[in-house]
Design a binder for this molecule. Structure first.
Ligand SMILES: Nc1ncnc2c1ncn2[C@@H]1O[C@H](COP(=O)(O)OP(=O)(O)O)[C@@H](O)[C@H]1O
Ligand SMILES: [Mg+2]
Length: 468
């Protein structure tokens, strides 16, 4: 059974340990910032921590997070895969042609899911004693000429390639118009289908039309990144009576990204990331794009951040990411953390801020410490139903936050200084201050996204507890 030009080779880690059952996803937390439930088992307690100075471990970890490493299980796409698999099985079983159209933004697991479905389909056919389909997997961007797709399909059906004057498309159309003794179906997975559309729409229509011939044996799966593609070419296909079934791959949510990262890291026998660091990555990537490739790249970069830190401390520079943002090098808590060589939230926050630079985040990060505390307390205040408050109330929240942290009472701002600072924040467009006769009665409402505040402050240890 020929399988032509599979784009991705499936492989698993040569030394991966036996798989554990998938961990449950965290419940969705649409608004509030939530970190790992302290009552849940901490993965760090289950597995030993890794040693980032060990070259072999480093290599394995990076491999586990590499784009080209196909994971042994593709979580969070079970439904989509089951639709595609069910469709293909139906076509094979009833020797019926048909077409599916998978679409979604880049990095939503379309190609990966198709690889898994092909594997499952061939296994199922063998087990069911049915003739498995011939498979043609091709990435449309590799075609020199868009109509070459028909040559490739024809080659699969007639390996010798008889010399005839008709074009490959005409030959296929003739072939699928006549009854044949051939029982085998042909599964065509045309990835990056967008390419065919921009170059030549006729090719695309002819391709889908192949599934409508009376004796067609084509199971066509078109995979495309553009989400508006269906709107652009489906109306015409509908009028031609060959509208494919559309399977939409939605952008990954925060919980899905977290689960996928955890599943991939689960293949390793040690703990590499602090759970909060993975959560931070998942939250930011989900908010930005939902592209899994970005999440994986960011995790790898965060590891490099840890590597750089280790190199730095080895050079006796006596500085670290944390020391730079807070002068706490002598606190016992800090020393304890230095021994904890997993990738932490500060590594992740720094990586994310390099990847997704936003002017608001930059502004917040450049604020004096007390203004950051005011913003953080305002955010806590506005979480939930409250849309606004007054300056007096906000001052109380600010004092509470200071009290619950390492700031001594003498270090708190007085109400006058506080309201001056709020005025500065108002001028910078970070909060909105209303008018009132008395300062403490001035209304305060949020002006920036809560996610930007969290993101900007996440890497600073002072805020890690308050953001919980
Ligand atoms: N559900 C998933 N589980 C594990 N890894 C995933 C998953 N979805 C995506 N990935 C990773 O992200 C990469 C991009 O996914 P891919 O299937 O190529 O996206 P698309 O084809 O939608 O652009 C994959 O190579 C894979 O490493
Ligand atoms: Mg793809």
């Amino acid at each position: 059974m020929p399988v032509i030009a599979a784009k991705r080779t499936l492989r698993s880690h040569p030394s991966s340990p036996p798989r554990k059952s998938p961990r449950r996803c965290l419940a969705a937390t649409p608004k509030a910032i939530r970190f790992a439930d302290e009552n849940q088992p901490d993965p760090a307690a289950v597995k030993p921590k890794w040693n980032p100075k060990d070259g072999e471990q480093l290599k394995m970890v990076k491999l586990a997070l590499h784009l080209s490493t196909a994971p042994s299980s593709v979580v969070c796409r079970e439904e989509e895969q089951s639709v595609v698999l069910g469709f293909c099985k139906g076509c094979v079983e009833h020797q019926k042609a048909g077409s599916l159209y998978l679409c979604g933004c880049p990095g939503t697991g379309k190609s990966l899911s198709m690889e898994k479905v092909k594997e499952q389909l061939l296994n199922w056919a063998t087990e069911a004693g049915l003739p498995g389909p011939d498979v043609l997997s091709l990435n449309c961007t590799t075609l020199a000429n868009t109509s070459d797709i028909f040559t490739k399909i024809l080659e699969l059906n007639q390996p010798q390639g008889k010399k005839v004057s008709a074009t490959p498309l005409q030959q296929l159309q003739n072939m699928y118009s006549q009854k044949s003794s051939m029982k085998k179906m042909t599964l065509i997975v045309a990835d990056e289908l967008d390419y065919l559309i921009t170059k030549d729409r006729a090719v695309l229509h002819d391709l889908f039309m192949l599934t409508t011939f009376p004796f067609s044996r084509c199971i066509l799966i078109g995979v495309a990144n553009a989400i508006d593609l269906a709107d652009r070419f489906l109306p015409r296909l509908t009028s031609l009576n060959c509208k494919p079934i559309v399977v939409n791959f939605r952008a990954y949510t925060k919980d899905q990204i977290l689960k996928i990262l955890e599943e991939r890291l689960n293949e390793l026998p040690y703990t590499v990331f602090q759970k909060q660091a993975l959560e931070l990555c998942a939250r930011k990537v989900a908010a930005a794009s939902g592209d899994m490739r970005n999440a994986l790249c960011i995790c790898r970069s965060a590891i490099e951040m840890l590597e750089a830190e280790i190199r730095e401390s080895a050079c006796n520079l006596n500085t670290s990411l944390e020391e730079k943002s807070l002068n706490l090098a002598t606190s016992p808590d800090f020393i304890k953390k230095r021994e904890f060589d997993v990738v932490r939230t500060d590594h992740m926050a720094l990586t994310l801020s390099k990847t997704y630079r936003s002017p608001v985040v930059d502004t917040i990060q450049a604020l004096p410490h007390h203004q950051q505390i005011i913003l953080c307390s305002s955010m806590k205040h506005f979480l939930g139903a409250k849309k606004d408050t007054n300056l007096g109330e906000l001052y109380k929240s600010y004092v509470e936050l200071c009290k619950s942290s390492i700031i001594p009472p003498a270090g708190f701002l007085g109400i006058l200084e506080f309201s001056n600072m709020c005025r500065v924040l108002n001028d910078q467009g970070l909060i909105k201050l209303g008018q009132a006769r008395e300062d403490k009665l001035r209304r305060v409402s949020p002006k920036v996204d809560e996610g930007d505040i969290t993101f900007a402050l996440q890497g600073i240890r002072f805020f890690q507890n308050c953001l919980k």
